[in-house]
Design a binder for this molecule. Structure first.
Ligand code: GZL
Ligand code: ZN
Length: 331
């Protein structure tokens, strides 16, 4: 019995081992691949925006279009992105596409990519590196401009009142370009206006759960109903969390109540805007796949790409929206 069982197990492990082996490319054998091999390190799946951004990359970098895409999700940890980049270098990919979770901490690993002769393209947020030659190009958003669009709307909405404008600020992942730019716009505006008061800054890490948690804790800490005019949320998912917390604690959101401002303008946020609960949605376009491909095609043709490409973005209020318009949005 024992012998037969052992023989069976041995056969099984050999069969499984070889099948398994066939599926996993040992690092380094991608160099003779005739497709253009892209090593892509994505932040995670923390928000609707991020999911749409990943989708736009996977739609473009397909085998039919001549690419082998190695897509790594870092689950919102920079160390996972650095590990992925080192793996891509080992696998001798043709390009590294990095959506950097935060601005700092990239110099040494991007130096390794440069020494391996692998061009790096930064997407969405920026990496703050000493040596600009560590990346070939950046495709993304002007986050300070996005924040300024929101502040301009606040200015136009609250100018007449002259009363104090009391603001709760829910920030995205601290140290990310999106957070730094959107925060700078608000902080500069508050500093320049006597009657604008920042009640508190909360870290929502761009997720709905975290924003709900910190907003609930803050509202519960107030002696009674707080006098809140604006909740400035640095992305949609945090706006959804804040909205849930506010309504659970009896606050009205919208024209007669708390003005919620959000960034990304995904379909979910535009729907809340159309139904009057979100007052302003600042667009942040996640569909960057085709722009990244343009950079790669430029480099494949031996030309030098523009160092920075910024996507055009606008704002939405209830009056700009219909169900039909929202339905035909791509994200
Ligand atoms: C912005 C992007 C931000 C989104 C968030 O371009 O970096 O990260 O605004 C996402 O939804 O989490
Ligand atoms: Zn943007």
């Amino acid at each position: 019995m024992k012998r037969a069982c052992l023989l069976f197990l041995l056969t099984l492990s050999l069969a499984f081992g070889s099948a398994c082996g066939a599926r996993i490319n040992p690092p380094g054998d991608l160099s003779n691949e005739d497709l253009t091999v892209i090593g892509m390190s994505q932040v995670g799946a923390e928000s609707d925006w991020r999911v749409a951004n990943s989708e736009s990359m996977k739609m473009v970098f397909t085998e039919e279009n001549g690419y082998r895409l190695l897509f790594e999700d870092a689950r919102q940890k920079q160390e996972n992105q650095i590990t992925a980049i080192r793996k891509f270098i080992q696998q001798q990919v043709d390009y590294i596409v990095l959506m950097p979770i935060s601005e700092s901490g990239w110099d040494s690993v991007l130096q390794e990519a440069k020494e391996a002769g692998i061009p790096v393209i930064l997407v969405d947020r920026m990496a703050d590196v000493e040596d600009e030659s560590l990346y070939a190009a950046h495709v993304g958003s002007d986050f300070l401009k996005e924040g300024t669009l929101a502040v301009d709307w606040m200015e136009s909405g609250f100018r007449e009142s002259g009363d104090t404008v009391k603001i709760i600020h829910i920030q995205g992942t601290l140290g990310s370009t999106a957070q730094l730019g959107r925060t700078a716009a608000l902080e500069e505006a508050v500093a320049a206006r006597e009657n604008w008061e920042l009640l508190i800054q909360l870290d929502g890490d761009f997720t709905q759960a975290k924003a709900y948690e910190v907003m609930t804790a803050y509202l519960s800490s107030l002696p009674g109903e707080g006098d809140i005019d604006v909740v400035y949320c640095e992305n949609d998912n945090m706006a959804f969390g804040a909205l849930q917390a506010l309504e659970e604690q009896g606050y009205r959101c919208g024209r007669e109540g708390v003005s919620i401002i959000t960034f990304d303008a995904t379909r979910g946020a535009l729907t809340e805007c159309l139904n009057g609960k979100i007052s302003l949605a600042v667009e942040c376009n996640p569909l960057l796949g085709s722009l990244v491909e343009e950079v790669i095609q430029t480099m494949e043709a031996g030309r030098i790409p523009e160092k920075h490409r910024y996507v055009e973005e606008r704002v939405f209020t209830k009056g700009d929206l219909t169900e039909a318009l929202i339905a035909c949005r791509d994200y």
